[in-house]
Design a protein around this ligand. Structure first.
Ligand code: SF4
Ligand code: SF4
Length: 81
């Protein structure tokens, strides 16, 4: 399971992670990004890359990233089979 931590001191509330996350994991609450659906995270790390404040940390990402890659491979295979 992925654990998402937001460094509330660093987060500038730009909302980029909220817009970018394909799984809608985040919402802005009082101007701070808050992972409201952390269990939906599939470990793509897109939010991590886009955050200008480097305020996001994910733990347990390896297992989740494998799951994400497996889903993508299955989707590709479905198109060619
Ligand atoms: S790693 Fe991907 S799915 Fe998870 S919170 Fe970040 S953008 Fe969303
Ligand atoms: S992208 Fe980073 S700085 Fe911007 S709202 Fe998300 S966590 Fe905060």
């Amino acid at each position: 399971m992925i654990e998402i931590k937001v460094d509330t001191e660093s987060c500038v509330g730009c909302g980029l992670c909220v817009k970018d996350c394909p799984m809608k994991v985040y919402e802005l609450k009082d101007g701070i990004s808050t992972p409201v659906r952390p269990n939906d995270c599939m470990g793509c790390l897109s939010c991590h890359e886009i955050c200008p404040a480097q305020a996001l940390e994910h733990k347990g990402i390896y297992a989740a990233k494998r799951h994400y890659i497996d889903i993508r491979v299955c989707e590709m295979l479905k198109k060619v089979i």
